[in-house]
Design a protein around this ligand. Structure first.
Ligand SMILES: Cc1cc2nc3c(=O)[nH]c(=O)nc-3n(C[C@H](O)[C@H](O)[C@H](O)COP(=O)(O)OP(=O)(O)OC[C@H]3O[C@@H](n4cnc5c(N)ncnc54)[C@H](O)[C@@H]3O)c2cc1C
Length: 477
């Protein structure tokens, strides 16, 4: 089989592009070295749909951010993904910082950010009652929002598969060659062939580019750590709060999440690629910075988990979306650091335009269905509706995750859906089972049993996530 397009990388860039391409009569395949979509930056980020005032005017980043932010509402509705349009506030703490605040405002206006304005202390307190007593003004961006990043990534992959795309997981691309206009990617064991290749590999984009001989950019991994607070802390802030940006980035934020938690972070430290460990020092650093933005921040005993993600920072300073110099039909989508999530629908749209200009024939697929197969979330239903589902399938009446009220029926659905979950974290990211206060302490063994039963695998073959995350080594009784 020769695919029309093979996309390497099933982060939000890759899966949204796969979905965009299924709007046309094309054979699409997306590949990832991980066991699921949303392995890397698309799993661990702030989840902010940035309005678009940060990036340098005229850059690709600025253009795609503003466009992506505008597209996000519709796309998340189609894909049934958690999204809320809540404003962002960049806080100014002294008169000497006014110039920087004004500069950000001017840049936002140039970039085309709608309804952007500077608010003074009186209005700021009304907008955000828990604002720090020291904040004197802020840049107010009402077009910003929050989205569940891994949900968006998984939902886009699922919808692409529903519309005919194929996918291969646990497949690490190790080489790319060309033979008579056909590209062959290989993991060392088997080959996948395509007429067009798109590399959307996050922090590994430069490694993939090296395979095609493109050595003109580098990706610098910059780790960002986070702390996530229990849902009881969600009311701490109403908006997404940032300090003024520095040369290191947007700084530590305090924000609600699309799922109803409170998040603080990230810091920004250059580290090794794939290092996603959190450190006591890093977590202290983010708490100390977050506390400056608000009057009161919940205490650390309310933190339910910490995590870290790696920013794929490009050496060029802008998103790199261009064809390989050697392989004319291989498109690099590299250096998609923040605001890459906010930009992702627009990145997909732009990549399709470039592929079309390079000769990819786009004949509309009239069967394309933008709507993701309906999700059943029992916890959100009325008692009558719950009863209806339970009478059809008693598994919808059996709670597995008590913290988040997730039923066995929903977990089975997550496994059986297109591009279904095959790991414990895959179930978690699709259903929220294990994302509550106890972080899977109670439900993980039950989820393991359900995965084992549904996938017809021995329990010892069920992984938390990657091949090495073994939970059970054998029977003791
Ligand atoms: C700390 C942090 C905070 C951020 N906050 C925000 C935010 O609030 N808002 C925002 O808009 N953006 C934010 N971002 C940026 C955003 O997360 C990224 O821009 C986006 O997730 C990039 O998606 P991607 O698909 O390009 O890359 P990734 O999500 O990194 O996906 C790349 C995929 O490629 C796969 N891969 C790599 N090499 C290979 C190979 N050889 N073979 C097969 N597969 C391979 C990986 O397994 C991975 O799944 C943040 C990023 C970080 C790290």
């Amino acid at each position: 089989m020769i695919y029309d397009v093979v996309i390497i990388g099933a982060g939000v860039t890759g899966t949204l592009l796969a979905r965009e391409l299924t709007k046309y009569k094309l054979n699409i395949c997306f590949i990832d070295k991980g066991p699921d979509a949303a392995n890397a930056a698309s799993r661990a980020n702030s989840g902010i749909v940035h309005a678009g005032f940060d990036a340098k005017s005229g850059s690709l980043k600025a253009k795609l951010n503003v466009r992506g932010c505008k597209m996000m509402k519709r796309i998340t509705e189609e894909l049934c993904v958690g999204y809320r349009n809540i404003p962002s506030l960049v806080l100014c703490f002294s008169e000497s910082d006014r110039a920087a605040l004004n500069e950000l405002y001017e840049r936002g206006i140039k970039n085309g950010v709608p309804d952007l304005r500077i608010v003074e202390r009186d209005e700021l307190v009304k907008l955000e009652p828990n604002i720090s007593d020291k904040a004197i003004a802020a840049l107010y961006a009402p077009s910003a929002g929050i989205v569940s990043p891994y949900e968006l990534c998984i939902a886009a992959g699922e919808n692409a598969v529903q519309n005919g795309a194929s996918y291969i997981f646990n497949y690490e691309v190790k080489s790319i060659t060309e033979n008579d206009g056909i590209y062959i990617v290989s993991d060392g064991n088997s080959n996948v062939s395509a007429r067009y290749i798109v590399a959307a590999c996050g922090i590994h984009c430069d490694d993939i580019a090296a395979m095609s001989g493109d050595l003109d950019f580098e990706i610098i991994p910059r780790k960002g750590e986070y702390m996530l607070f229990d849902k009881s802390c969600a009311g701490c802030v109403r908006n997404v709060l940032f300090p003024l940006p520095t040369k290191n980035g947007k700084g530590v934020l305090v924000a609600p999440t699309a799922d109803g938690n409170l998040i603080i972070g990230p810091n920004a430290n250059v580290s090794e690629k794939d290092d996603t460990e959190t450190t006591a020092c890093g977590l202290n650093e983010i708490y100390e910075n977050a506390v400056k933005l608000v009057k009161t921040l919940p205490s650390l005993k309310n933190v339910i988990t910490s995590f870290a993600g790696q920013r794929p920072t490009p050496s060029t300073g802008d998103f790199i979306i261009k064809f390989s110099a050697k392989y004319k039909k291989m498109l690099h989508i590299a250096g998609i650091e923040s605001p890459g999530l906010a930009s992702s629908p627009a990145v997909a749209e732009y990549a399709v335009q470039l592929l079309s200009q390079a000769g990819l024939i786009l004949e509309p697929n009239i069967k394309f269905n933008p709507y993701r197969k309906k999700l059943i979330k029992i916890r959100e239903l009325s008692d009558d509706e719950k009863q209806k589902y339970i009478s059809k399938n008693p598994a919808y009446g059996k709670i597995i995750c008590r913290c988040e009220s997730i039923t066995e029926g929903e977990i089975v659905d997550a496994i059986q859906r297109p591009m279904g979950a095959t790991t414990i974290d895959g179930v978690k990211r699709r259903t929220r089972a294990g994302m509550g206060r106890c972080q899977g302490g109670f439900c993980m063994p039950r989820v393991t049993e359900i995965l084992s039963r549904e996938l017809k695998k021995d329990m010892s073959d069920i992984r938390k996530y990657g091949q090495d995350s073994i939970l059970l080594y054998g029977k003791t009784k």
